[in-house]
Design a binder for this molecule. Structure first.
Ligand code: GLV
Ligand code: MG
Length: 328
């Protein structure tokens, strides 16, 4: 382990993150009662320019009037290059009140984007006498943002999570695909013609692998949650599950749901399987027994257990307990 300890952002359950357009207030109650861990009310891309002021009002009313229970509530503001962003922050915070937990900042390009928002949010919190501190969720969805992701991850102590905004990322990098978050039939490898038997086969690859992996590393190196973004083919539950699974394998905490039907899929994929949790509990019990007996070495089923396995077991059990607490 390095002498430099990783400081962790505020822990939250974030298996699923439901997007709800600010222009559809009739969907707020449903979002509040859904099984999503986090709901974000959107002022950005799902809201047309001439609907922005109305959507802002809807969100202010929704924050004040909807019973959000223990749900984590976020608002996605417009980008720093738009004329809407300052009002999104000031009006929503001043008029919506302290129920808001997080602000989601889209298209973050450089660390100073986050610094500027931190300054604005800090001033509003101070002026309004807020007791709680808003957290930030950052969407990394441009080539510029990805090129600066490591520096962006440490731009403010408010940052809790980095999200891979695959749709805008594709546009920004001019990726030759129009699918939101799925694989592309053009991205893969063709096996060599001289291979076994001479027959050639085409193997699809994951064109988002580099970007998502880079984001996961930047997030985990700084104690933040990495999140996978949207999957656009709503009827394709199998496709969603596959994308979520590969994000979970890479280390993501969760994935967006851009339709309520995707919440259950995300919660299922990002909940650690029971067999893994049971095994982790057994590892921790073996550790406890070894400590009680003054033994330095921990063994289970005839195998030595190293410190890394113990740490992984602790993380898994903590997460499982958190989920149980939420769903009990
Ligand atoms: C999300 O905002 C995305 O662009 O994918
Ligand atoms: Mg986007």
């Amino acid at each position: 382990m390095s002498f430099t300890a990783i400081e962790h952002g505020r822990p939250r359950l974030n298996r699923s993150e439901l997007a709800v357009p600010g222009s559809r207030p009739e969907m707020f109650e449903k979002g509040a009662r859904s099984a999503a861990d986090i709901v974000f009310l959107d002022l950005e891309d799902s809201v047309a320019p001439d609907e922005k002021p109305k959507a802002r009002k809807n969100i202010i009313n929704g924050l004040r009037e909807v019973d959000w229970g223990t749900k984590t509530v976020s608002v996605r503001i417009n980008g720093l290059d738009t004329p809407y962003m300052y009002r999104d922050v000031i009006d929503v915070m001043e008029q919506g009140g302290e129920r808001l937990d997080l602000i989601m900042i889209p298209k973050v390009g450089i660390p100073s984007d986050v610094y500027a928002l931190d300054m604005l949010v800090t001033q509003v919190e101070q002026a309004c006498g807020w007791k709680k501190q808003l957290g930030f969720e950052l969407i990394i969805e441009t080539a510029q943002g990805m090129a600066n992701v490591e520096a962006i991850a440490v731009a403010s102590r408010r940052i809790e999570s980095l999200h891979f905004g695959v749709a805008d990322y594709a546009a920004s990098t001019r990726a030759r695909t129009t699918r939101m978050g799925g694989p592309s039939p053009s991205y893969g490898v063709l096996t060599d013609a001289t291979g076994d038997g001479g027959g050639r086969s085409f193997h699809w690859g994951d064109l988002w692998h580099y970007a998502l992996s880079r984001l996961v590393v930047a997030a985990r190196a700084n104690g933040l949650r990495p999140l996978d973004g949207p999957f656009g083919d709503i009827p394709d539950a199998e496709g969603y599950r596959a994308q979520a699974n590969r994000a979970a394998v890479l280390g993501c905490d969760g994935k967006w749901a851009i339709h309520p039907s995707q919440i259950v899929l995300a919660n299922e994929v990002f909940t650690p399987p029971e067999v893994e949790v049971n095994q982790a509990r057994r590892i921790l019990l073996a550790l406890k027994d070894a400590q009680a007996e003054g033994r330095g070495a921990v063994a289970l089923d005839g195998r030595m257990i190293d410190l890394a396995s113990i740490r992984q077991a602790e993380i898994l059990v903590k997460k499982a307990d958190e989920i149980r607490g939420r769903t009990a």
